[in-house]
Design a protein around this ligand. Structure first.
Ligand code: NAD
Length: 282
């Protein structure tokens, strides 16, 4: 099937980046969020990101104008009725996601593909809440979306070969690389990454080293482009805690227990960059 119009649910850190890359690649985009503030922030982030790309001479002013023209913002989920593909990037919460998918299933045309950008929640469970389970798939974009090449494509037990093929083709149109993973807690990326970040938080919690030293050790010693605590701030500590909880609950393996300091910081509202404060101040 040909994808022309893409719906994006959630205008947060990931949603606005996803909207931007689809619009930059010529797709019509409808970006929806339940929060007006979230929508406003999403559009400001896209404009800021496009400005940075102009500054680094990757795009022109005219590209920015045409990209923004292709994006419509809305608070109404019913606006998704014209979409050929919807990418859900709402908060990492099972109840929110299954409710959104159940509604999308009623609103969207029968042939539309419903994708989730979830970091860890079972696509098989999400697919089972719809009457089009073969057209449900994970499109796990990486943060920051305009810069990162990978889309980890998650195949639910019910996902059809055709749906996988359409999404792989789309990734190419976005200039990204799709790599397939089967549905499993945390898939590949977060099953490996999140325990490493959680362990970095434990080393801080136990006073092994300072925030700066932990990050510099991993950057200089392992050639990581960003330290694990700075990465935690970029991801959002609430998102990170949600992923850790999914790994812990779905596998039952105590090795995935979240560090108490991570829980405390989320309780305090120190969520990282988006809150102006996490392991660093912004
Ligand atoms: P975020 O907190 O920045 O944004 C979430 C947005 O969803 C908010 O604007 C909120 O208002 C909106 N929202 C909440 N409930 C909604 C609903 N019912 N309908 C519409 N909008 C709703 O979160 P984020 O970091 O952008 O994460 C979004 C998804 O992407 C999560 O599933 C997360 O696991 C995943 N993800 C995050 C990252 C990351 O680095 N942050 C990376 C890859 C994937």
């Amino acid at each position: 099937m040909t994808i022309k119009t893409v719906g994006v649910i959630g205008a947060g850190t990931m949603g606005n980046g996803i909207a931007q890359v689809f619009a930059s690649s010529g797709f019509k985009v409808i970006m929806q969020d339940i929060s007006d503030e979230g929508l406003k922030h999403g559009m400001t982030s896209i404009a800021g990101s496009l400005d940075r790309l102009i500054k680094s001479e990757k795009i022109t002013e005219a590209d920015k104008v045409s990209t923004l023209e292709r994006i419509t913002e809305t608070a109404e989920l019913s606006s998704m009725k014209g979409a050929d593909l919807v990418v859900e990037a709402a908060s990492e919460n099972f109840e929110i996601k299954t409710q959104v998918f159940a509604e999308l299933d009623k609103i969207c045309k029968p042939e539309a593909i419903l994708a989730s950008n979830t970091s860890s929640i079972s696509l098989t469970k999400i697919a089972a809440t719809t009457n089009r389970a073969d057209k449900v798939i994970g499109m796990h974009f990486m943060n920051p979306v305009p810069l990162m090449k990978l889309i980890e494509v998650i195949r639910a037990l019910q996902t059809s070969d055709e749906t996988c093929a359409v999404v792989e083709g789309l990734a190419e149109k976005l200039g990204k690389t799709a790599l397939m993973a089967n549905d499993s807690p945390g898939f590949v990326a977060n099953r490996i990454l999140v325990p490493m970040i959680n362990e970095a938080i434990f080393t801080l919690h136990e006073g092994v080293a300072t925030v700066e030293a932990i990050d510099e050790i991993m950057k200089l010693g392992m050639n990581h482009p960003i330290g694990p605590l700075a990465l935690a701030d970029l991801i959002g500590l609430d998102v990170l805690l949600s992923i850790t909880r999914v790994l812990q609950n779905e596998t039952g393996d105590p090795k995935f227990r979240p560090c108490p300091l991570l829980i405390k910081m989320v309780d305090a509202g120190y969520l990282g960059r988006k809150a102006g404060r996490g392991f660093y101040e912004y």
